[in-house]
Design a protein around this ligand. Structure first.
Ligand code: PMP
Length: 300
């Protein structure tokens, strides 16, 4: 990966190569970290970060779920993110805030463990498919039962489930997996929410068994502003395979059309009309070209 100049660690900007941690970090052993994925985009008025307050709110919520008290205010984290993007001179980048239990205490009860906070950014292009429809498989792994974890928190440990599904997709020689929930309904991708279009109406799985993404929320708002109906409902495998269009949403993946699920081709393997409309609008919004949505951008 391309190395940038600085990383923000516990209130200081340190050199990229000096951001070292001890091997006995609690979070490395037990997955007890929380994190965010944010994107900054190049606009005519410089770099802009998409829905920054929402990402910071989710970071603090995830940390509170893990019993972590972040030793910085939301405002301080916001300032640190803006400064980091500026000093690393990378207008278009991915930003990864990470809060983790540090060195000094082992054992599953993290009480008393040091809370460490880092922010890293790096250039990251298309996460999947380069804009072209991707192939997927329905995973044999189900998303965690909502009573076995906190589904609306971004907890590192939960991502072992996503990694297993991604390995399965790789083995099947396709780009991504789709995971079902504990009842066998469509849930989400390893790092993406999922939508389908049927008879010009949009459907997406309800909250409860998914990470309710900030891109998902944006897509719902964009569609509603276009007067396209959006319904949150449980979706079966059969329903999604007979949909007119299917797409993933997420900070990393943005809006990504799905052209194949298992052996079933969706919309002749091409991007659908409604997916295209939302994808184009999303691209314009993040680049500051849609006045109506400027409030979603924080300029660096
Ligand atoms: N689901 C999962 C499991 C994810 O990891 C992500 C990425 N954060 C998403 C959905 C999409 O969330 P967002 O749009 O906030 O990036």
């Amino acid at each position: 990966m391309k190395e940038l100049n600085k990383i923000w660690l516990d209130g200081e900007f340190v050199n990229w190569q000096s951001s070292k941690i001890h091997i006995l970090n609690h979070s490395l052993h037990y997955g007890s970290a929380v994190f965010e994925g944010i994107r900054a985009y190049k606009t005519k008025k410089g770099s802009a970060i998409f829905r920054l307050p929402e990402h910071i709110d989710r970071l603090f919520y995830s940390a509170s779920c893990m019993g972590m008290k972040i030793p910085f205010s939301k405002e301080e984290i916001r300032e640190a993110i803006l400064k980091l993007v500026k000093i690393n001179k990378e207008d278009k980048c991915y930003i990864r805030p990470l809060v983790f239990f540090g060195y000094g205490k082992m054992g599953l009860n993290p009480k008393g463990a040091l809370v460490k906070t880092a922010i890293i950014n790096w250039p990251w292009g298309a996460y999947l498919g380069e804009g072209k429809p991707i192939r997927t498989v329905i995973s044999k792994y189900t998303r965690p039962h909502p009573k076995s974890t906190i589904m609306n928190a971004k907890i590192s440990g939960t991502y072992s489930n996503s990694i297993l599904a991604s390995l399965e997709a790789q083995k099947a020689k396709v780009e991504e997996a789709i995971l079902l929930d504990f009842q066998g309904f469509i849930a989400e991708g390893p790092g993406e929410n999922i939508f389908m279009v049927k008879n010009r109406k949009i459907f997406t799985p309800p909250k409860g068994t998914i990470l309710p993404g900030i891109t998902r929320d944006s897509v719902i708002k964009i569609a509603k502003n276009y007067k396209i109906s959006v319904e949150e409902k449980k979706i079966t495998t059969q329903e999604i395979k007979t949909a007119d269009e299917v797409f993933f949403t997420g900070t990393a993946v943005e809006i990504c059309p799905i052209g194949k699920i298992d052996k079933t081709i969706i919309n002749k393997g091409e991007i659908g009309e409604i997916t295209k409309k939302i994808k184009n609008t999303y691209q314009k919004i993040v680049c500051g070209e849609e006045k109506k949505y400027l409030e979603w951008l924080t300029f660096v």
